[in-house]
Design a protein around this ligand. Structure first.
Ligand SMILES: [Ca+2]
Ligand SMILES: [Ca+2]
Ligand SMILES: [Ca+2]
Length: 322
């Protein structure tokens, strides 16, 4: 009888406090045994949408306990690629989102415990989106060439860190217009224009990755005029007495647009003589004995430049009787 009375009293006071409404709030409170300690209410915060490879705060600080305090927080990841926590026992820990190639949803739970040892759990979803790394175009090293030579522009060093390069687009941005063999391939070629002085042509390479990201690079092609042959400098006509040594020195020869890398002396006519140093700029020989009053010897010197172009000169030596 006493127990029944007590129960009735409790029911009445409960109705008094809640206004006996049928609302959900009243229902929940009624379930929570109003006489005993009340459970805490975990609140893991709202769902989040964030980028890959960033730091994100999960906020459980709005968790509460109606009749006491929360004494511990325990975060846990329940699905998705692992995200690193700085500390899973903080109300608001920080996670580092993983590196991705497509969007994923990570799920987390927060379990809070109050001072009576009662627990409650809440859940949160974090959607992580990949961030597209833009492709890096590489149109190759600048090029130095000559008029009318074939030039190849190479884009194969272009890259995309988190995907692949899907398309290439070459265009000329300055200089005398040339015709590119292809505008949309990894590499393209053209014939350098015939120029009278060094002329710069600039080309642009645009690359697009699988996600529409764009990268651009430029390459400069310097076109020099056609290679000019070396000029051989030496007097064309010499006289020497028989049996005397004669030095033929072409050391003043020059190459206007490069350098001379080799000399070659040859005898073209007359009594054969032994050429000393026939592969250097200065050659010498001993004049032969002549039968009549004099004899003509003919020599040729060939200078070759660094681009294998040759300059020549014929030298005539008259050998006179002593
Ligand atoms: Ca409590
Ligand atoms: Ca990319
Ligand atoms: Ca030259």
């Amino acid at each position: 009888m006493r127990t029944l009375k007590h129960c009735l009293l409790v029911l009445v006071s409960c109705c008094f406090l809640s206004g006996c409404s049928d609302s959900d709030d009243a229902g929940e409170q009624a379930q929570q045994s109003p006489t005993g300690p009340q459970k805490p209410i975990a609140n893991a915060g709202g769902d989040l949408v964030v980028n890959e490879m960033t730091k994100v705060r999960l906020d459980g600080s709005k968790s509460k306990d109606p009749d006491g305090q929360i004494v511990s927080y325990r975060w846990k990841q329940t699905s998705g690629q692992i995200a690193q926590f700085n500390d899973k026992t903080l109300p608001a820990p920080i996670i580092s989102t993983p590196r991705l190639t497509k969007a994923v949803t990570l799920k987390f739970s927060l379990l809070v415990t109050d001072n009576d040892g009662l627990v409650h759990e809440d859940h949160i979803q974090v959607t992580v989106n990949p961030v597209n790394d833009l492709p890096v175009a590489n149109a190759g090293e600048d090029i130095d060439t000559r008029s009318e030579r074939s030039v190849v522009l190479k884009g194969m060093l272009s890259k995309d860190r988190d995907g692949f390069v899907k398309s290439y687009e070459w265009s000329q941005s300055s200089g005398p217009t040339v015709k590119l063999s292809s505008l949309n391939s990894v590499q393209t070629t053209f014939k350098a224009p015939d120029v009278k002085q060094t002329t710069k042509l600039e080309f642009s390479l645009k690359v697009v990755d699988g996600e529409g990201g764009v990268g651009e690079d430029k390459v400069i092609v310097s076109v020099r005029p056609k290679n000019v042959a070396p000029v051989v400098v030496i007097d064309e006509y010499w006289e020497v007495k028989e049996k005397k040594r004669l030095l033929l020195d072409a050391a003043d020869s020059y190459d206007k647009d490069g350098r001379i890398v080799a000399y070659q002396w040859k005898q073209l006519g007359g009594t054969r003589v032994l050429l000393n140093n026939d592969q250097s700029e200065a050659m010498d020989f001993i004049a032969p004995h002549v039968k009549g009053r004099q004899e003509q010897l003919r020599f040729e010197v060939i200078a070759t430049d660094n681009e294998k172009k040759e300059g020549r000169k014929v030298v005539t030596v008259v050998v006179k009787k002593r």
